[in-house]
Write a protein that binds this ligand. Structure first.
Ligand code: ZN
Ligand code: ZN
Length: 551
């Protein structure tokens, strides 16, 4: 009744036979075509990048996707699975930089942006053969013959359309904000990129003395783990409600929070008690005087964010290098001292350390503080510090110009909708993802890089009028002579000038590209080149019934 089994069974051979049977008889295609269009189960394939070798975690992700899609197929649903490839962004650029031996961003200009981007385009397929082989081998059913690819003009056009919709609603703006910035890649990173790169590192923990003006032998005790930011210090913040004390210690007077007295090594006598509010607007001598501030600086300000959980209860303020600092700077009209260039090195005003990467200058800065007798003590602390998830450089927090999407305008709706999602496992939705939404900040969209979807914003050189372009047709209508086969990438798109509708002047595109996570996030629309084509396909498949990502 049954076929007799051979003595020795080769499982790999059985697998190959089954795969060959599926392919020969186009079983995957039939499993879709033979199901009723009305019983549609929408699956979104988040795009992997084929510029890296597939790993075992990809196998896990694909297995989960496949299992659910097959189950739904067996239950009689029509489950279309369009494959996709994520092709833009810093990961690709970094691989190409390595291959070409380019170490700094400036060298890319020397090499030529057109040539560089051509290399990037080529490199995204480096491991396509391996990816296809892995996908076939594990029996993952997905339509590899008609994938969406994020670098195509059609895909970019859909992304532009989305951005234009946001623009129309006033949800895209250019702002100054403190951003986590990679001095090696020379680009700001978004919060989800930063969260991927925390590492335990040893940093100096330094207590310095800020000498009071007009009060002999008396100093505020100030704590920092980034001595290099002391060069940009312009104020000290004290919590108005916290109790502070003045102590006599080693023959001098120090002021610190009462709860932080444990930081003093050796004996001390309390000579005065007060609250932070009593200590406002007191002037002190700057730690360094390489830069002359253009506004009033070097005095104490109130700060509710100052805690007594670590340090001395007195926080040094450098508005160029921290979000709290920047906000305090705005509030009290403090100057911004920014003596650090785009590669994270001190500029020429800082004579002893000019050209040195700021964190590499820490040791020498501490030595200098010690020589001038304003160092109280120093030690090393092990703490978690953000690093670039791609190149592993320590990130710096910088005041920079950047384009944003006002995601915070939708925060409540995002949180509400997240609650309606049936997460597996449940903790991911409430925990990791839910917390990220709760702490949502506006999306830092722009990247000062080359290989990405160009930000479609043009600015008039004469009158400053700004426009966002949402389609090829719009681009053609607003400019002269855009060829039909224009590659929408840099540098070609940067040659396109628009005619300003306000003054008739020439409009140039902003230089930035966008975060590649915005590309992949646009796939529900852009995989179908919506709204320019396939409106029915989009409407049928949006929103998804099933997504499995980040496994
Ligand atoms: Zn980096
Ligand atoms: Zn104009």
């Amino acid at each position: 009744m049954y076929e007799e089994l051979p003595q020795k069974i080769s499982y790999p051979k059985i697998e190959q036979d089954i795969l060959a049977f599926w392919e020969k008889n186009r079983i995957f295609q039939r499993s879709i075509k033979e199901r009723d269009e009305k019983r549609f189960f929408a699956f979104f394939e988040g795009p992997p990048t084929a510029n890296g070798r597939p790993g075992i975690h990809h196998v896990i992700a694909r297995t989960v996707k496949d299992a659910v899609c097959r189950l739904k197929t067996m239950q009689g649903y029509r489950v279309e699975r369009k494959a996709g490839w994520d092709t833009h962004g810093l990961p690709v650029e970094i691989e190409v930089e390595k291959a070409l031996g380019l170490e700094k961003k400036d060298q890319i200009f020397d090499y030529g942006v057109a040539k560089f981007n051509a290399k990037c385009k080529e490199s995204v397929w480096s491991y396509k053969t391996e990816w296809d082989a892995m996908t076939r081998q594990i029996g993952y059913w997905v339509d590899l013959e008609n994938p969406y690819i994020t670098y195509t003009n059609e895909y970019i056009e859909s992304v532009w359309w989305i951005l234009k919709e946001f623009w129309r609603k006033g949800l895209i703006y250019q702002g100054h904000k403190i951003l986590p910035y990679c001095p090696h890649c020379e680009t700001p990173l978004s919060s989800h990129e930063v969260s991927q790169g925390y590492e335990e590192v040893k940093d100096p923990s330094v207590f310095v003395k800020a000498r009071l003006k007009g009060e002999e032998n008396t100093s505020f005790l100030v704590w920092t783990t980034t001595p290099w930011t002391l060069l940009s210090n312009v104020a000290l913040a004290l919590n108005p409600e916290v109790e502070y004390v003045k102590v006599l210690h080693n023959g001098e007077h120090l002021i610190l929070a009462r709860e932080r007295l444990g930081e003093l090594h050796g004996e001390y006598t309390i000579v005065k008690q007060m609250v932070g509010a009593d200590l406002e607007n007191m002037e002190y001598q700057p730690f360094f005087d390489f830069i002359e501030p253009e506004k009033k600086a070097y005095y104490t300000v109130p700060g509710d964010f100052v805690t007594t959980t670590d340090g001395s209860g007195i926080v040094h303020i450098a508005p160029a290098f921290g979000e709290d600092d920047y906000q305090i700077g705005l509030k009290y009209d403090l100057p911004i001292l920014q003596p650090v260039d785009k590669s994270g090195k001190f500029t020429k005003e800082i004579t002893p350390w000019a050209g040195l990467f700021v964190k590499d200058a820490d040791k020498s800065i501490i030595k200098n503080l010690k020589e001038r007798n304003i160092l109280y003590r120093t030690e090393q602390v092990l703490h978690s510090y953000p690093h670039c998830w791609r190149c592993d450089w320590p990130l710096l927090y910088y005041a920079r110009k950047s384009w944003y999407i006002r995601t915070t305008a939708f925060k409540e709706r995002l949180i509400e909708n997240n609650k309606k999602i049936n997460w597996y496992p449940k903790e991911v939705g409430e925990g990791r993802f839910g917390e990220w939404l709760e702490n949502n900040i506006d999306w830092a969209l722009s990247r000062d890089r080359f290989w990405g979807t160009p930000l479609p914003i043009w600015i008039c050189r004469e009158c400053g009028h700004q426009e966002c372009v949402g389609s090829m047709d719009e681009l053609k209508a607003k400019s002269n002579a855009v060829p039909d086969d224009l590659d929408l990438h840099k540098p070609y798109i940067d040659d396109v000038r628009l005619n300003c509708e306000k003054c008739g002047g020439a409009m140039g595109r902003v230089p930035e590209v966008i975060d590649c996570w915005f590309d992949s996030g646009s796939m529900p629309y852009a995989q179908w080149h919506y709204p320019f084509e396939n409106r029915d396909k989009f409407e049928q498949s949006f929103p998804a019934d099933f997504i499995s990502e980040g496994v």
